[in-house]
Write a protein of this length. Structure first.
Length: 167
């Protein structure tokens, strides 16, 4: 996690260490999210590249934005900037589109195919299918296109060309 908010940083530090600031005193329910030395060393090297990688992802997303026309794609929220961890679009017949793209060498992904209210861990809340139709729609139509910092213009064009021929 990266933040400039001191209160958020303090809370995150507690949460990563079983809710504890002082050893064996747990102020809240937390987790064991402490990094080991090897993970910390790798992260310290990778963090130096974060701004550049994020900017490259934004360029890839901009290429998709231009080439995908009327495809339902990520909304641009005023006064914000996305890091484009994923580039989700919404398509009908998502699984068929995904399968056809795979045959043409385009790997995609589906993020969050089961909405929260239908997850086994949340059945006690009593929500069933149909309780949150927008979440269910997104779970059935979302397709994440490939996006990574090293993606070339040719690769962006290839993905868009193959996708637009199917829609």
């Amino acid at each position: 996690m990266v933040t400039q908010d001191g209160d958020v940083a303090s809370r995150l530090r507690r949460l990563r260490n079983h809710g504890s600031v002082e050893k064996y005193i747990h102020e809240e329910l937390g987790y064991n999210y402490r990094l080991d030395g090897v993970q910390g060393a790798v992260l310290s090297v990778k963090l130096r590249h974060l701004a550049e990688w994020t900017e490259r992802r934004r360029r890839v997303a901009a290429g998709y934005d231009v080439r995908l026309g009327e495809v339902k794609k990520p909304a641009v929220i005023p006064n914000s900037r996305s890091a484009y961890h994923i580039y989700p679009i919404l398509v009908d017949e998502r699984d068929a589109v995904r399968s056809e793209l795979r045959t043409q060498g385009v790997e995609t992904n589906v993020h969050y195919p089961v909405p929260c209210h239908l997850q086994p861990g949340y059945t006690a809340l009593g929500y069933g299918r149909g309780a949150f139709p927008n979440a269910e729609y997104l779970a059935n139509h979302e397709l994440s296109l490939p996006i990574f910092p090293e993606m070339s213009e040719e690769q962006i064009f290839y993905v868009c060309d193959r996708l637009m021929k199917m829609l």
